[in-house]
Design a protein around this ligand. Sequence first.
Ligand code: NAD
Length: 253
Amino acid sequence: ATSLTDQVIVVTGAASGIGRATAEECALAGAQVVTVDRNAEGLKETRGLIEQAGGAAPIGELVADLADHAAVESAIAKLAQYEPDHLFHAAGLIIRRDDINDVTLDDWDLQVSVNQRASWFLTRGFCRQLIARDRAGSVVLVSSISGHLGLMSGSWVYASTKAGVSSMTKGFAKTFGSHGIRVNAVAPGLVETPMVRGGVRSKEVDDLINTSVPLRRTADPVEIARASMFLLSDAASFITGVTLDVDGGWLRR
Ligand code: NAD
């Protein structure tokens, strides 16, 4: 058991990949999970997987398109009823363009709205609720090592939104630390989720692994989940404002 037992954890992006794995691991660690995603069908599947693995089903499921600011505000209001202690915000998207000249204004707006703006407003809203309840909880946002690298397989816009996530993580940590609230981020390298295999040619992924990743493989989503749970839990009680690279050593090369 970890210190997450009986804690209420909101997990966004829970219909797939890293969010799903984290919702499942948290449930198996005895936490009470509230899942959020725009994909209702995927949330149902996540519920089924959690139950199959022997975890407690989510106590709440919220379908929301976090690209829409009104939906973000309404999600924050609806989440209050669960009196959550922790937020793990994994909802995000990438739009890859092989040619920098093909990047459009819509690419910018969508990636900024989900990856960056929703991260900021969700975290602010969540921390305000913690303060109102006089509760010291924690938040983990999801950055990416592409935020440090500046570019990875056509991720011009995505990379800068993720650098923004790491920056706001420090800002929130400074702002809410006096309330005992910790805000950290994880920066995954390549993780085996639909985002990676769906968007990058397999040969390109394999080349990147061989040239850039000391551990010579991609991550399983559960490995990102466990690092995130460490940061969410009391095991990381004196860690705040940090972006933890969970990248198989990529940035150390
Ligand atoms: P994924 O595509 O498997 O899952 C992303 C989830 O976010 C999906 O369930 C999707 O429905 C949800 N989502 C997307 N846009 C949304 C919106 N507007 N409103 C609500 N939900 C929305 O991808 P993943 O790989 O699990 O990614 C999770 C996070 O990890 C993302 O923030 C991503 O940028 C980050 N990340 C992934 C990798 C990787 O290699 N897979 C690497 C670094 C960072």
